[in-house]
Ligand binder design. Structure first.
Ligand SMILES: Cc1cc2nc3c(=O)[nH]c(=O)nc-3n(C[C@H](O)[C@H](O)[C@H](O)COP(=O)(O)OP(=O)(O)OC[C@H]3O[C@@H](n4cnc5c(N)ncnc54)[C@H](O)[C@@H]3O)c2cc1C
Length: 456
């Protein structure tokens, strides 16, 4: 008899699991439930929709329920999973319109419930004009509010905030940024984060007010609308609206309540086949724990790239149980206008905390032959384990092509390529694309010299 496979969550990992499963197991019954009114959309594109680079929200929709249906995948919108019964192999769903409950039974259950924005303890954070960005509707709401506003306040500053900053500046807003760290983009090492901040402030400092090493403690206003922000360091300023970008937390409660083993930071624990601790239940995407390839330890780096790969791998395992998900490096890239910020692996800070004997090299070079019209500067920082002679992490920023160097390094890290071997990697060269010795190889050579210099 055909197996009934129930997927909870319709963001990135759920739809990817469903689509791959359809190909791997043509006979199974596949049902996908989501609490939202949209399914299978690119949250990653939301900042560009808000900014106007992508004119219509519809362009972010990857696949419609009808398209899924055509391939025999039934999609149910507005259905929130509220309880899992592991023994009965059932999920209790609540209709988001009328709160009616229904129970569905599964042979295999896939949890792809993602994550949600973390809301820090700020007085009046539930005011109407305080937003977070996660779902499609959040993007629509922020865009509408932006159009009638002059001043916005960003609380927290990571990948989502840097993209939102671009969108707001592009649309002529003044932006207050409250950032708990010494520099913007603290996910990078300080020496790199300073350069990112310098670029942002040099380009648009007349429109940005920066409150570093500070926290929002209260929003003040009338009729449930915030018009003033008060910070821990005693600053007070006016704002038309606020977007809180203070990180995310996993949607793991229904799994933990059902007795599934939890992982780091309240995620759902999974093994390398994406199986949870409960029989016949898989978890994929932002809701589940990850394995860090460099540190060989559990981690939680919730990214769309990972969610898609995990969905694919889980589907293969549901069909044939022969996909091993190796883990993640946290490779990520973003931009502020023409300035790329990219990283892979661990930072110098994390490497030192983990006890590695760390050496680093930082180079600032043009990304292609200097005489080419589009030549632009990039800075690359390599973090290396001096004992193993292996790269632990790379950070690349600049107006040139930093991302492709970080991508190349990602493969070297994942494959544990030694510095000595990396020196002779045959990267392509022509003046419009690179320099005769690519900036990444240049940084590797500096590391090699340092490693061979016993007085380092
Ligand atoms: C603005 C923004 C920009 C981003 N940019 C990037 C980027 O450039 N690169 C990158 O790699 N990543 C990026 N990400 C992260 C990426 O979007 C996520 O990692 C990815 O969406 C995770 O996919 P997921 O399927 O695990 O979770 P989600 O996409 O969050 O999907 C979870 C789904 O589960 C549903 N759900 C949750 N609980 C229940 C329940 N109890 N019952 C029913 N349904 C439920 C939700 O409604 C949702 O449909 C970005 C995220 C945001 C918000």
């Amino acid at each position: 008899m055909a197996r009934r496979i129930v997927i909870i969550g319709g963001g990135a990992a759920g739809p990817k699991t469903a689509a791959k499963l359809r190909r791997e197991d043509p006979d199974s019954i596949i049902e996908m439930y989501t609490e939202e009114q949209f399914v299978s959309y690119s949250a990653c594109g939301l900042p560009y929709f808000i900014g106007g680079v992508i004119p219509a929200m519809e362009e972010l929709l990857v696949r419609s329920p009808e398209e899924f249906n055509k391939h025999g995948i039934k999609v149910f919108l507005g259905k929130k999973a509220v309880r899992i019964d592991v023994d009965k192999q059932s999920v209790l769903l609540q209709n988001t319109d009328n709160s009616e409950l229904e129970e569905v039974f599964y042979d295999i259950l896939v949890l792809a419930t993602g994550a949600r924005p973390y809301l820090p303890p700020i007085e009046n954070i539930n005011f109407k004009n305080v937003y977070t960005l996660r779902k499609l509707q959040d993007g629509v709401n922020i865009k509408n509010k932006m159009k009638e506003s002059k001043v916005v306040t960003l609380v927290g500053f990571g990948y989502i905030a840097i993209e939102l900053l671009e969108a707001f500046i592009q649309n002529g807003l003044y932006v207050n940024i409250i950032n708990p760290h010494e520099h913007l983009m603290n996910v990078f090492d300080d020496d790199i984060a300073i350069k990112i901040q310098d670029y942002i402030m040099k380009r648009d400092g007349d429109k940005i007010r920066l409150y570093n090493s500070d926290y929002a403690v209260r929003f003040d206003g009338k009729n449930g609308n915030a018009s003033k922000v008060i910070t821990q360091n005693g600053f007070e300023f006016n704002t038309d609206f606020i977007v809180v970008c203070a990180g995310v937390i996993p949607n793991s409660e229904i799994a933990i309540d059902a007795g599934l083993k939890s992982g780091l930071k309240n995620t759902i624990w999974v093994n390398s086949h994406l199986k949870t601790s409960a029989p016949r239940i898989y978890a994929v995407g932002d809701c589940c724990e990850k394995h860090h390839i460099v540190t060989n330890r559990p981690c939680w780096l919730p990214l769309g790239s990972t969610a898609n790969k995990e969905g694919r791998c889980a589907a293969i395992n549901i069909a044939n149980d022969n996909c091993d998900f190796e883990g993640v490096l946290g490779a990520a890239v973003s931009r502020y206008f023409d300035f790329t910020v990219a990283m892979t692996g661990i930072t110098e800070r994390e490497a030192k905390q983990s006890g590695y004997d760390v050496i680093t090299s930082t180079v600032t070079k043009e990304d292609r032959a200097g005489y080419m019209p589009k030549a632009a500067e990039i800075t690359l920082k390599l973090i290396v384990d001096a004992n193993a002679r292996e790269i632990l992490g790379v950070q690349g920023i600049g107006t040139g092509e930093a991302e492709k160097r970080v991508s190349t390094a990602t493969i070297a890290i994942q494959e544990s390529i030694k510095i000595d071997e990396f020196m002779s990697i045959d990267l392509p060269y022509a003046p419009p694309f690179s320099t005769a010795i690519d900036p990444l190889l240049n940084a590797v050579q500096i590391i090699n010299d340092k490693l061979n210099n016993t007085n380092r």
